[in-house]
Design a binder for this molecule. Structure first.
Ligand SMILES: NC(=O)c1ccc[n+]([C@@H]2O[C@H](COP(=O)([O-])OP(=O)(O)OC[C@H]3O[C@@H](n4cnc5c(N)ncnc54)[C@H](OP(=O)(O)O)[C@@H]3O)[C@@H](O)[C@H]2O)c1
Length: 297
């Protein structure tokens, strides 16, 4: 099958390309040069929102598309809503229209930030109420995908982390790095989240894309809903690290964009539907630790 992945240089996209390569004909799309390890996939440099991604999908003749690419810097989106709209809304519209024209199945990846965080964890039937430019543009991107691509599922994930060599820094990697250096780690005491190991999220997204006909929204985060302080302690414990984890109130930090506090996603539907099950946080940390061990080699 001809399968394309947008945002292929990113956390989830990189994992998806690694899982697909060698099993399907794969087009990896990202802006600028490829930063992934070499493999049996084709790379095309394309931006989201300017037509170049749609052109590349058309030239490839994509039959299935995992749309992961996004402007994911939450505070960056708040500072530059025009760019956020261009990438997260116009870019999603571009991908969805291309899928419509090609008759391709689409899985568009989204976020728990579409909820306001007043009463999480949230199920698929709960009503989004996004706050801030990132959340609002991601929500609009969801609607563009669902409305324009006839065969589409929106997969929401949350707090993605990866120990893969070259993967970008995340809260989990910062906990390991800071505690290893003997530095304290600050963790928001009032944020509840469902951390998602990138490799697990990518595997669930690909199963949804290639093996199911499910249409509509599906929550594909990790299975454990917990506070960030608890998450930090569990990361530390798995890595045998001691040190100070400092609870901080979100309101005490000046952040450009609002954060949902009581967030997190319910994944019962995914657990019932998929062979690739959402991982508990301890299962995810086991794999994260193994990924991290491979970094040094
Ligand atoms: N990370 C999280 O905690 C989290 C939580 C919930 C939902 N999500 C969603 O999950 C998806 C994947 O996120 P991720 O964690 O893998 O994020 P990521 O590592 O930031 O990956 C996003 C990718 O999109 C690319 N991109 C950004 N602007 C682009 C543009 N104009 N044209 C083409 N590509 C562009 C980025 O390119 P560069 O590498 O060049 O910057 C990056 O490779 C996103 O849809 C995100 O909204 C993420």
């Amino acid at each position: 099958m001809r399968v394309a992945v947008t945002g292929a240089n990113g956390l989830l996209g990189g994992e998806a390309v690694a899982l697909l390569a060698g099993r399907h004909e794969v087009l990896a799309l990202g802006r600028g040069p490829c930063r992934l390890p070499p493999g049996p996939y084709r790379w095309t440099s394309a931006s989201l929102g300017d037509g170049s991604t749609a052109a590349a999908l058309g030239a490839f003749g994509a039959q299935a598309v995992l749309h992961v690419g996004a402007f994911t810097d939450v505070d960056g989106c708040e500072r530059d809503p025009v760019a956020a709209w261009q990438v997260n809304v116009v870019g999603s519209q571009e991908v969805a229209r291309a899928c419509r024209a090609l008759g391709a199945r689409l899985v568009a990846v989204s976020t728990d930030y579409v909820f306001d965080g007043e009463a999480g964890p949230y199920g698929e039937e709960d009503l989004p109420n996004p706050r801030g430019a990132y959340a609002r543009t991601k929500r609009c991107g969801e609607e563009a995908a669902l409305l324009l691509a006839p065969d589409c599922a929106v997969a929401r994930v949350a707090v993605v982390f990866s120990g893969r060599p070259g993967a970008k820094s995340t809260f989990a990697t910062q906990v390991v790095e800071k505690l290893s250096r003997g530095e304290p780690v600050k963790a928001f005491a009032d944020q509840v989240v469902s951390p998602t190991l990138a490799a697990s999220g990518a595997a669930m997204c690909l199963e949804l894309l290639l093996e199911h006909r499910y249409r509509g929204v599906l929550h594909l985060s990790g299975a454990t809903v917990l506070g960030r302080v608890d998450f930090a302690h569990r990361v530390a414990r798995r890595f045998g690290l001691s040190g100070e984890i400092v609870p901080v109130a979100t309101a005490s930090v000046q952040l450009p964009a609002p954060r949902p506090l009581s967030a997190g996603l319910k994944v019962d539907r995914a657990a019932a539907l998929l062979r690739e099950k959402p991982l508990t946080v301890d299962q995810a940390l086991e794999r994260f630790h193994a990924e991290w061990q491979r970094r040094g080699r």
